[in-house]
Write a protein that binds this ligand. Structure first.
Ligand code: NAP
Length: 333
């Protein structure tokens, strides 16, 4: 495993983290608790020491499974738990809420579900325009000072929102979407991360499975699977993305004797500013592929060839905006 320090914290986190949205089941067609726990144990066995979760993943289920898996294994102190705050749910629909009262309440709920008395990295999940960012930041700063959280993070924030946040609180980590097919952060968030020496956790490095090389033209999704609402998985875009995957796979094999999944994750890890890629595995055997992304680098020629494939194959790249939860209607100053 490769490791990297989160600036100003001394936390030496693995560059591949276990992402646990799918483990919560919601929007991923359900979950299996024992299989999920086996997956988390397999991640720890591989040297992964960072687990990313959120209350909203399965409405508590993901955090509970993470808590149980760590308790069964023991050595809580060897694992970095990254969880989130600021989304509430009612009858399956989500709204943003980063008010101080909500943050305090959610922290207690997360500590209970995770069976711990501190959170290593606490991240505001989505910006909430109904609450002044400074108010949210002040509460996060207070939790940090109280020792309840060891690092402060935000997710899906713009540089302007981070500027406001940092006028009141320390900020250590940023969690944006980032993968070969979703590169919007290169225009703003990633340069900001570098300039401010923050640590970025890239979510969706496999583009929800699209970059694994296992998706077929006739792959079907069912139930509440979010890929049913992801435009990349619908015609006519799906065929373009699959064609790009095939060419990327050929490039990986010819140049490095690797596959598309290996270069997709290596590409994320090689971008300056990226600390960690959050890998959304939910079966232990899916983590066997982690080794293929580690301990090598893409050279400049390969990076240029990758960009050329993307330009040729994908006429109008689209981002992950479809995932954004509805904004709270009220707008704060
Ligand atoms: P991802 O990691 O890009 O992709 C997950 C998909 O990859 C799943 O469909 C899984 O397949 C597949 N997969 C994983 N390993 C594989 C393997 N070895 N072979 C074949 N397929 C494999 O997407 P993600 O789960 O959306 O993102 C990762 C993590 O980022 C999440 O778990 C969560 O912690 C975080 N996240 C955060 C936010 C945010 O707003 N902050 C948003 C999204 C995600 P199966 O479905 O078959 O298991």
């Amino acid at each position: 495993m490769e490791y990297k320090i989160i600036s100003d914290t001394g936390m030496n986190v693995s560059r591949i983290a276990q992402g646990t949205w799918a483990i919560g089941g919601w929007m991923w067609g359900g979950t299996d608790e024992r299989e999920s726990i086996r997956t988390i144990h397999a991640a720890l066995d591989q040297g992964i020491n960072l687990i990313d979760t959120a209350p909203v993943y399965g409405f508590g289920v993901s955090e509970e499974i993470v808590g149980k898996a760590i308790a069964e294994r023991g050595h809580r102190e060897k694992v970095f738990i990254a969880t989130k705050v600021g989304l509430e749910w009612h009858d399956g629909s989500i709204t943003r809420n980063s008010s101080p009262a909500r943050i305090r309440q959610e922290l207690q709920d997360s500590l209970r579900r995770l069976r711990t008395d501190y959170i290593d990295i606490y991240q505001v999940h989505w910006p909430d325009m109904a609450v002044p960012i400074e108010e949210t930041a002040r509460t996060m700063h207070a939790l940090f000072k109280e020792g309840l959280i060891r690092a402060v993070g935000v997710s899906n924030y713009s540089p302007e929102q981070m500027n406001r946040f940092m006028s009141v609180s320390e900020l250590h980590t940023v969690q944006p979407p980032y993968n070969l097919f979703e590169r919007q952060i290169e225009g703003d968030v990633l340069p900001y991360v570098r300039k401010k020496n923050l640590s970025a956790f890239a979510y969706g490095p496999l583009c929800r499975g699209l970059l694994t090389g296992t998706m077929q033209p006739d792959t079907k999704f069912s139930g509440d699977d979010l890929r049913l609402s992801d435009p990349k998985f619908q015609p006519p875009l799906y065929a373009q993305y699959l064609s790009a995957v095939q060419q990327l796979d050929e490039l990986a094999q010819e140049r490095y004797a690797k596959n598309v999944m290996d270069i997709a994750v290596r590409w994320v890890l090689d971008q300056p500013g990226i600390t960690t890629a959050l890998w959304g595995a939910r079966h232990p055997e899916e983590l066997e592929a982690v080794a293929g992304a580690l301990d090598w680098h893409l050279d400049a020629d390969a990076l240029a060839a990758i960009d050329q494939i993307l330009r040729q194959k994908i006429a109008s790249p689209i981002g992950p905006e479809f995932m954004a939860p509805p904004a709270n209607n009220a707008v704060a100053a």
